[in-house]
Design a protein around this ligand. Sequence first.
Ligand SMILES: C[S@@+](CC[C@H](N)C(=O)[O-])C[C@H]1O[C@@H](n2cnc3c(N)ncnc32)[C@H](O)[C@@H]1O
Length: 245
Amino acid sequence: MTGKVYIVGAGPGRKDLLTLRAYELIKKADVILHDALIGDVADILRESRAEIINVGKRSGKHRKTQEEINQMLVEYAKQGKIVVRLKGGDPCVFGRGGEEAEVLAINGIPFEFVPGITSAVAVPESVGIPVTHRRYDPAVVFITGRESRERLNWEALARLNATIVVLMGVGRVGEISRLLIKHGKDPNTPVAVIERGLSDKQRVLIVTLEKLPNKVKEEKIKAPAVIVIGGVVELFGVLGGAVKI
Ligand SMILES: C[S@@+](CC[C@H](N)C(=O)[O-])C[C@H]1O[C@@H](n2cnc3c(N)ncnc32)[C@H](O)[C@@H]1O
């Protein structure tokens, strides 16, 4: 009998931000394939009876190719196993959850998405930056710094009156800053860069859109980081000192 694959969000890297559903599935899984960015959720994995496989990828250094991961998901499910595919944050926010689900659907494998708390919201929030606030922009847009950014309509984005949250953007801050300013975004728009959010190595950089590229270079900011562009960043000055995690 075919098993089932659960495509599960591990949240932003803290075990107490894992959902109960994810916790239950980790306990009952036969196999768990997890990514790199799961933080201390790794402690919870040690409580599981499952075979644990780290398929984590960190910029360029692929432990397993996406093809191999897809293959493994299909194979384990065909063996009748309960498979947990554990991903950082939410599996469908720049997490390839949708792509893996397509492979499962094509192969007739039952699957389920189990949402997780995305870093795009949780990381800014953890330092006192709510991604929406009624005094500021009435929308929020998540963008990626990866290749697919080339398909973005930067002019529309610059004029949207939206908080822009960038994932995987550290290596692209020069281009992001240049394109937004070129298309009319105020160079003085406040920006927050939160490196290694929700960990004891967290760093927060507050800067303007114009100065973003130089500051990121000067401070040697590295991935993973969430970048927030918009008026809500001003709230860091009010809430940043008071918020405690
Ligand atoms: C491949 S994307 C996956 C996003 C994930 N699916 C989510 O919903 O959070 C990885 C990016 O998420 C962001 N990220 C994830 N965890 C983070 C953390 N603890 N601190 C800062 N950024 C984080 C970074 O931008 C990183 O490059």
